[in-house]
Design a protein. Structure first.
Lengths: 304, 327
């Protein structure tokens, strides 16, 4: 290769990189532009950001040791006041502090478990759907059996076997939801692989991996993303349920579900004890659902 | 003229749940450089299966049982998959029937054309984009529209994009599987004349699969008529449209086209249906529907009768062959 040729080649190469980067950026920009036009999705995103802000900076807003877990029997079950904006619980702990610190567990378990489950379930579902055959058969029979057992029951048995604790809770909830994502991914892959554009891509000489990552996955992605975001909210509920049953976070550590469970005795005369953690769960779920819906529309170029 | 594509004694079958569907049964055909060959037949005659076999893109349950396929003298059936992939898009391309579904909805059309170029040409991004603009211009789409998504195009425009993808690397062989069936008649005419022009400019040879005899007469140099996985008659387009001797099936096909100069109340379809490919009749595949069937047709499969460029697979003709030879 002559000097000149090499130079043009390098120039071309860097140019292609720049353009590829530009393309990627513009796609994200495009999705963002569509999200911005979608009011419910924006509201969902805003609520989620507020939650994230409070949970990420929880230790700066309210000290964990003095406010969230230290008993203060002189101020038991106080209604919301300037001092305690969400009131206090049966041990005089500040409910606002407990809610934002509890959000750390609830939100991160929900998000991380779903993320891992999408990854693991996705890979299995992808392989099963794209290659099919005997592997698909075996995997799907196992999944069928697992799907016969309710998610919460699977999570309870795993959590019970592993013993209480946040890590075990996370593992239990992750494993429990993998089958769902295997099924979702597999079915999305199956519908996409059957499309004529996949055959067309093969007809102009694309490799399997290329077809998978450029044509099949992006088209299947929309549905998977929606399912995943909606799933986060049900996993927050599952975390709450497990903690409620005493298998998740151990006292005195706060968690939305265990706060509900502990507060239910006092609910009749001190509603605020369960009201705020309950609202936190509802709003987090609602926000994620709205965002998920908006994302699905934004990922589909046919929607304006 | 040199032969670009030769298919010899091709047998293809699909297996589903132990049931064997014999889709292609001994097809012989060839394509000279620069020529257009029309592959005509009813739905289920094995046209698409033949095309997919040439591309080696049969679905998982399809199998080439025997036969040879040569592209430019090279036996493609023995090539490893990796080398075959290099040929697809580069040396041979295929246009699918439905432009609505053969484009990826979430990639811009420019991206989809660029993809083929990137796969087969060692171009820098600038030259890739140049090529995209160029090929879009050739198929009559403004290059500015390359950033648009398939849903922003009409059916006819989409088929132009599909053709642009197929022709982006100037393949030697283009297989068009009913490229205009999904389009309305005026658009059909535009697309066909554009394909003709591009084919001539790029010196591409084409196998055109269709069931529209009007398309055949406009586009094709030679024609092969398929029935139940066999080529029952083949020859130059003039042989088929102006020749005197025909396979009874061909006669039936032409008979079923309404004639402009004669008024009729009803069309004249061929009686009966295409035989079940899992249970083909013995002897000549066409004999249950053939108005001129003889006793021998039920027992023996006919062999080819040939006169110059014209070949017919029918028991009516061995005698005719002798007569012609003596004449």
């Amino acid at each position: 290769m002559s000097q000149l040729q090499r130079e043009t080649r390098v120039a071309d190469g860097s140019l292609s990189l720049v353009q590829a980067k530009h393309r990627k950026q513009s796609r994200i920009k495009q999705v963002w532009k569509r999200i911005r036009k979608n009011r419910p999705a924006l509201v969902g995103l805003a609520i989620l950001c507020i939650f994230l802000f409070f949970t990420v900076f929880a230790h700066l807003i309210a000290d964990y040791d003095t406010m969230a877990i230290r008993h203060d029997t002189a101020h038991r079950l106080e209604p919301p006041s300037r001092q305690h904006i969400f009131g206090t619980d049966e041990f005089g702990r500040d409910i606002f502090a407990r809610t934002i610190h509890g959000g750390r567990v609830s939100l991160s378990v929900g998000l991380i478990s779903t993320f891992v489950a999408v990854l693991l379930g996705g890979v299995v579902g992808l392989a099963a759907g794209y290659y099919g055959g005997r592997f698909d058969g075996i995997v799907m029979r196992i999944i069928d059996v697992l799907m016969g057992i309710p998610v919460i029951l699977v999570a309870i048995s795993i959590a019970a076997a592993l013993g209480p604790g946040v890590t075990n809770l996370l593992i239990a909830i992750t494993i429990a939801q993998i089958p769902r994502f295997v099924i979702i991914t597999r079915s999305m892959i199956l519908t996409t692989v059957g499309q004529e554009y996949v055959e067309a891509a093969r007809a102009y000489g694309s490799r399997d991996a290329h077809i998978l990552f450029r044509h099949v996955l992006p088209n299947a992605m929309g549905q998977i993303v929606v399912q995943a975001t909606m799933n986060v909210s049900s996993m927050i509920l599952a975390t709450a349920a497990l903690s409620f049953l005493g298998m998740g976070v151990q006292p005195p550590a706060p968690e939305w579900g265990s706060m509900l469970s502990d507060g239910r005795e006092f609910m009749r005369y001190s509603m605020h004890v369960v009201l705020y953690p309950g609202l936190a769960i509802s709003f987090a779920s609602l926000a994620l659902n709205m965002l998920g819906d908006g994302l699905r529309d934004a990922l589909d170029p046919r929607q304006g | 003229m040199t032969k670009l594509l030769t298919v010899r004694d091709l047998y293809v079958q699909y297996e589903t749940d132990g049931l064997v569907t014999r889709a292609v049964n001994g097809v012989n055909l060839y394509l000279n450089k620069g020529e257009t060959l029309g592959l005509v037949g009813e739905t289920g005659a094995g046209k698409t299966t033949t095309a997919l076999s040439i591309m080696r893109l049969l679905p998982g349950n399809g199998k080439i049982v025997s036969g040879e396929i040569e592209v430019e003298g090279q036996d493609t059936l023995s090539l490893p998959e990796a080398s075959m992939r290099l040929l697809r898009g580069e040396k041979m391309s295929m246009i699918f029937q439905d432009p609505m579904t053969s484009l990826n909805p979430i990639l811009t059309v420019g991206d989809q054309i660029a993809e083929v170029v990137r796969l087969h040409r060692d171009f820098g991004e600038q030259r890739v984009q140049q090529r995209v603009d160029e090929i879009l211009g050739l198929v009559g789409i403004q290059p500015q529209r390359k950033t648009e998504y398939p849903h922003q195009f009409s059916g006819g425009m989409k088929q132009r994009v599909v053709i642009a993808i197929a022709l982006a690397c100037e393949p030697e062989l283009l297989i068009a599987d009913e490229p205009t069936t999904a389009l309305d008649v005026t658009i059909q005419a535009q697309i066909l004349s554009m394909m003709n022009r591009l084919k001539r400019d790029m010196q591409t040879s084409m196998v055109l699969i269709t069931h529209d005899l009007g398309v055949v007469v406009r586009m094709c140099d030679r024609v092969a008529i398929m029935y139940a996985g066999e080529i029952v008659e083949s020859g130059l387009t003039e042989d088929l449209f102006a020749g005197s001797a025909h396979h009874p099936y061909t006669t039936g096909l032409f008979g079923s086209i309404p004639n402009l100069s004669v008024s009729t109340d009803r069309l004249n379809p061929i009686d009966g249906l295409m035989p079940d490919p899992t249970d083909l009749p013995t002897g000549c595949r066409f004999h249950p529907r053939c108005p001129q069937a003889m006793e021998v047709c039920q027992r023996l499969a006919p062999s080819d009768w040939a006169s110059n460029t014209h070949t017919i697979k029918c028991h009516l003709f061995p005698g005719a062959e002798k007569r012609e030879w003596s004449a």
